[in-house]
Ligand binder design. Structure first.
Ligand code: FAD
Length: 478
């Protein structure tokens, strides 16, 4: 074997995964066909659950220190969604994808992992022991596992002939990075009487301190083929239609058309090959979910591949990647469909849609509805199915950042290992055999006993003996 894991694609999914494998101490090669990292901003926001996961790796503070990344209000179908402090202790941050990719690239390089750029995968064959990848330059690489993080038009997906069912794109909208002048439009989404709409999100400031924004425009007649370039006149016209003369375009930095194609692969695992990020699911990036979902795929898969490479993964651990992340991806596709309808993003002004939207908007003011929608959009609603583990309301959910006295739980997850919270100091003997992969902590803290996976999800909680759960998730002791 040349390496344990080959990651194809150095976008946010591939780089997040590379960092997880680095933490797991697994040899990794990361390749990308681009000779240089893309400088397009693309995704604009990081959701609560992704912020938490970055915090658990000690990466949140340094990421936020890279620039001005304001807290922004999330939304569901354009309806502003104030997040609830007790559920979303880290609210939505405006951090463009280009910043995240640059940050990860520097972080990985500082730890000796350099993406091999200009390296395009063109062929793939797998057998019982590993995967052989062929590259356009005629070279080949043999790995135990391969992860396709190669984006929406995944070469690996095509080579696997993996089913990618769903709906093709039927319409496009415009996404642009702009500087605006005039009076500041206060709401995130604005509709005009004739069905045109605009959405604005903060993108931080440029090096000269000037406010940048992501502008999304849609409405009747605005759906042009993807390859038609977006012009400044088109953006000006869109702004005028929605805001009149109160908002003016000062600078257009980048723009492109995005479609409402909605697809998800049937299987995330194909033997030794795994699909992650946009290679596994595509949808309209409504509410900043595409990049976040891909990064969550990576957090889920990383420690499992680490366990397999180190030889302690219990029998079905690698299969739980599909079992856990496919439903999470499907839920995102569903909420995007609901949002597309309620937003009337095609600008049909269908009276039935407008009536549904009016009622939904009123309901979304209720604190319980806000909590539900906030969880859905922020990734906090994800509850992994964990058959064979004790039933407890925390099992399958992200661990709250409990205060243990000297530490916070999230700080303990920095090392990418499992954590057993043992407040009554009862499980030293039971946990001892797993000490090479699970840390015991929380003695004397006012918390429930629980077992936390390296990706920050509770996999056992309660007062019983944790041994069965340790074996279930962390395999046989050495
Ligand atoms: C204009 C635009 C706006 C967007 N806005 C948002 C937003 O606001 N919020 C949001 O959440 N999402 C948004 N998205 C979606 C978001 O950008 C994606 O979900 C995200 O990029 C997915 O990350 P990824 O790492 O899975 O794939 P990608 O970022 O697509 O990375 C895939 C990488 O694989 C490489 N690659 C491809 N094929 C090969 C090959 N054969 N060999 C080697 N390397 C290969 C590519 O060069 C690329 O670097 C937007 C996308 C676009 C295009």
């Amino acid at each position: 074997m040349d390496t344990d894991v080959l990651i194809v694609g150095a976008g946010p999914t591939g780089m997040t995964l590379a960092n997880e494998l680095l933490l797991a101490g697994v040899s990794t090669v990361l390749v990308d066909r681009l000779a240089q990292r893309s400088d397009l901003s693309r995704a604009g926001g990081v959701q609560s659950r992704t912020l938490e996961a970055l915090d658990q790796r000690g990466l949140l503070e340094p990421l936020l220190a890279t620039g001005d990344h304001p807290v922004a209000t999330g939304h569901f179908a354009g309806i502003p969604l104030p997040l609830q402090a007790e559920r979303h202790c880290l609210p939505w941050r405006s951090v463009p994808q280009v910043v995240i990719e640059g940050f990860f690239e520097r972080h990985l390089a500082a730890h000796g992992l350099h993406a091999r750029r200009g390296h395009e995968l063109v062929g793939l064959a797998q057998d019982d022991d590993g995967v052989t990848a062929a590259f356009a330059d005629g070279t080949a690489l043999r790995s135990r596992y391969l992860v396709a993080a190669d984006g929406a038009h995944s070469t690996v997906r095509s080579l696997l002939r993996a089913e990618f069912p769903g709906e093709p794109g039927t319409l496009t909208i415009v996404a642009a990075d702009v500087r605006l002048g005039g009076s500041d439009p206060s709401t995130a989404h604005t509709w005009s009487e004739d069905g045109h709409w605009a959405a604005l999100f903060p993108l931080g400031t440029d090096p000269r301190g000037r406010q940048l924004r992501r502008l999304v425009l849609g409405g009747p007649g605005r759906s042009l083929p993807r390859e038609v370039p977006v012009t400044e006149d088109e953006i000006r016209d869109g702004l005028r239609t929605v805001f009149g003369t109160r908002v003016e375009l000062l600078e257009l930095r980048y723009a492109r058309r995005i479609t409402n194609a909605s697809r998800q692969v049937e299987q995330y695992r194909h033997g030794r090959v795994f699909l992650a990020g946009d290679a596994a699911h595509v949808h309209l990036p409504l509410g900043a979910q595409g990049m976040n979902t891909g990064m969550q795929d990576a957090f889920n898969l990383g420690w499992k591949l680490g366990a397999a490479a180190h030889g302690w993964a219990p029998g079905n651990l690698l299969d739980t990647y599909h079992a856990e992340r496919h439903p999470a991806g499907a839920a995102v596709l569903r909420n995007v469909r609901a949002q597309s309808l309620l937003m009337d993003w095609a600008g049909t002004r269908d009276p039935e849609v407008l009536a549904a939207r009016e009622i939904f908007t009123a309901m979304a003011q209720l604190p319980q509805a806000q909590g539900y929608l906030g969880d859905l959009m922020s990734g906090m609603a994800v509850r992994y199915p964990m058959p064979g583990t004790t039933s407890h309301q925390l099992v399958g959910r992200p661990v709250p950042d409990l205060d243990l006295g000297p530490d916070r739980v999230h700080e303990l997850l920095r090392f990418g290992r499992g954590v057993l919270l043992d407040p009554a100091d009862r499980f030293a003997d039971a946990a001892g055999p797993w000490a090479d992969r699970v840390d015991r902590a929380g003695k004397g803290a006012g918390v429930e006993p629980m077992l936390i996976r390296p990706d920050g999800y509770v996999c056992w909680a309660g007062a019983d003996d944790p041994e069965a759960a340790l074996r279930h998730w962390f395999g046989e002791p050495r």
